[in-house]
Design a protein around this ligand. Sequence first.
Ligand SMILES: [Zn+2]
Length: 234
Amino acid sequence: MRLRFVVSLLALLASPAIAGDIEPRLTLPAGNHAVALTFDACSGAVDERILDELIADRVPATIFVTHRWLKRNASATARLLAHADLFEIENHGENHVPAITDRPTVFGLPTAGSLSAVSQEVTGGAAAVTAAFGRSPIWYRDASARYSRDAVKLIGQLGYRIAGYSLNADVGASLPAAAVSKRIRMAKPGDVVIAHINHPERPAGAGVVEGIKALLARGVRFERLDLAFRPPTG
Ligand SMILES: [Zn+2]
């Protein structure tokens, strides 16, 4: 029931993109004035600048990891595990493959190309998260943050919510630090912010840290997706 509601909500919020893709927008439930920080760990390394800041100021965050990233970042995984009170770990796929079924590439990335490949990407990523963190993920975000319509339906049937966002902080860690910081400082209550935690070699991460510090100074409260979307108890 709840899942069906979320799926129809996503369909309602989705804006049509190229070739009928869905690029879901996500904000926190109405009345929640926190900001959700979500970070993608696609492949590559870990940005210690961001991880250090989150831990130092006890900022909760939701981190989407791929199996590919987990295999290469054992010590970062250990740090995430050591701060399980701060970090919710969710599924960014097995090999960072976009959930697109109707064409071979998107943004230069090879797509899944079929529903069976989408299924393998989702379930492979989920199994890796469960193995590493001892908790099954409930959210899925694919490699391009856009999805074919049949893939959206399948991911819902597999039991996962699709994690869109409402504020793109770093555009794939491609922006200069000042631009990233400015975008994060513009966060409004209820925003779900997306940024990347796997590019320590780029300037964007410094802007993420600056932006978070500015929001903290403003008294903004941060909340993870699992807690923000927790069903009411009692
Ligand atoms: Zn990614």
